[in-house]
Design a protein around this ligand. Sequence first.
Ligand SMILES: [Zn+2]
Length: 282
Amino acid sequence: MANTGNGAAEIGVIGGSGFYSFLDDVTEIQVDTPYGPPSDSVFLGELAGRRVAFLPRHGRGHHLPPHRINYRANLWALRSVGVRQVLGPCAVGGLRPEYGPGTLLVPDQLVDRTKSRAQTYFDGLPLPDGSVPNVVHVSLADPYCPTGREVALAAARGKGWEAVDGGTLVVIEGPRFSTRAESVWHRSQGWSVVGMTGHPEASLARELELCYTSLNLVTDLDAGAETGEGVSHEDVLRVFAANVDRLRDVLFDAVAALPSNEARDCPCGGALGGMDPGFVMP
Ligand SMILES: [Zn+2]
């Protein structure tokens, strides 16, 4: 009988079915949260002796656009099955000519340009169990887990894929791509890549004291960097499909190399500094 409660997993991967569909013995479970259901079932599997929870960010069949994803439910659901370290691969546009399709970048900074997303657990509104979240301000100065970043970079290097170490991911609301003017502006700020899902994933993970590492696969040069017709959805899908196997290999090596949850020595697990969240952490 598979363990499907807290302790069922230690590491979470938020990404599509390409990352787990061929694993043996995957257990699919439904997890409910105070914020409603996550994007899909949580898929529990074992990899290199590690218990991993996979969650398709956009739902099965990719039916959820970035602004409709229930990010709060997704992170909550992962933590509730025991996850404390999260890997978040996503497709991005490159904002520099040298970051062409097929580039892998592990960002160290984030800029939020989203508009409509519930992006905190500390909004003062009662949860269904009657608890009321306190007003808590976490630091997001360094939005990503330093250990996870090093592990991801080393895993990529081990596969002969030299990833860009650091850079700024700017997250836009979507689902449309940027105008040329927006893209020129993003680039002129010195930002590296542009995506639609990296926020509020990173900040919600921080609020739940989870380690979070973003892996950005460049699928296109964003509109301003492109001399042609701008970005097309077909191009994005084509480049993603061409790289999904090696991205999966990198993720799996990273999963194997992450520390045990008990052995973490990064600051992520103490993000609240002992402050009372006002609710019971899942
Ligand atoms: Zn960490």
